[in-house]
Design a protein around this ligand. Structure first.
Ligand code: ADP
Ligand code: MG
Length: 283
């Protein structure tokens, strides 16, 4: 089932064309990673899906309708997270705010505490949900933010840079959790990221924004050196680790166009070393 489609869609902000002619589809139960340089319009794409940013041209359909604010079928974790500003609240209270948001004005809602509890269970945050957010690690806070965004079990979940600022172990935990949410809820996810590597094993489709175009491709079609070099706007090499993981590595110009004669450190050595270290830290 297609949960999101754009047809020839364009967005203009402050008189400037952000992207144009975007045509893409997102299927239920898939993980879709959005890549692109700063300012390319990644967050803007999520806001168009939320109905916060209107299209200047073209069409967008979200779960069979025009996007509209307050649609509980769409979950959203913003780039600068409220969880970081409301640090004196407990995680449970913060997830409760996610519940209240669309129900603002309701007097009493007997379903609230059970619904919040379920979101905390789903995201594995129960053991620290009653502590103030400020006492939590970045990874724990990110899990709470995911509970907040998934409190209504959305069919479409939008995550704006959920891995930003996390170390490699915390990133791996969040990636596992993102996949768990997909498996448990059948939701489609749009995940903005700067690096495809930590997400590559769970990614179905890559959407990348460059030169005001949004392009899309199945992960298997995208992860080759030519497409990735285009996508990142920088020469890229793919290294296969001894465990068979494919790792995307940015090349220095020198490696991209190697000098034909004598060099002190060999290209192969550097990458073999990198692959070893990478396997080490990602278990
Ligand atoms: P990304 O998330 O890819 O870094 P954004 O989607 O946040 O990029 O922003 C895309 C571009 O749109 C940026 O150049 C940003 O400055 C601009 N922009 C964002 N919001 C507005 C706005 N409300 N008015 C005018 N320009 C905006
Ligand atoms: Mg952004």
């Amino acid at each position: 089932m297609t949960v999101l489609s754009l047809r020839d869609a364009s967005v203009v902000l402050g008189g400037r064309q952000i992207w144009q002619g975007a045509t893409l589809d997102v299927e239920a139960g898939t993980i879709n990673v959005i890549l692109g340089p700063n300012g390319a319009g990644k967050s803007t794409l999520l806001k168009a899906v939320l109905g916060i940013v209107p299209l200047a041209a073209g069409e967008i359909e979200v779960l069979g309708a025009a996007p509209h604010r307050g649609d509980v079928r769409v979950g959203y974790m913003a780039q600068s997270r409220a969880a970081d500003q409301l640090a004196t609240l407990t995680g449970r209270d913060y997830v409760g705010l996610g519940y209240d948001g669309p129900h603002f004005g309701w007097r009493r809602d007997p379903a609230k505490s059970a619904t919040v509890q379920r979101a905390l269970e789903l995201t594995g945050t129960l053991s620290f949900a009653d502590r103030p957010l400020r006492t939590l690690s970045g990874g724990q806070r990110q899990r709470i933010a995911l509970a907040h965004a998934t409190v209504f079990r959305p069919q479409l979940l939008l995550l704006d840079e959920p891995l930003a600022g996390l170390d490699i172990a915390a990133q791996a935990e969040i990636v596992d959790l993102i996949n768990l949410v997909r498996v448990n809820t059948g939701a489609a996810l749009l995940v903005v990221a700067h690096d495809l590597n930590p997400l590559a094993t769970i990614t179905d489709q890559v959407l990348w924004i460059a030169r005001r175009q949004i392009r899309s491709g199945a992960i298997g079609d995208v992860v080759n050196e030519q497409t990735l070099s285009e996508l990142y706007g920088h020469p890229i090499e793919i290294v296969v680790t001894p465990r068979g993981r494919r790792v995307i590595v940015g090349l220095e110009e020198e490696f991209a166009h190697p000098h034909p004669h004598g060099h002190d450190h060999s290209h192969e050595d550097v990458h073999a070393h990198f692959a070893e270290v990478y396997d080490e830290v990602t278990k």
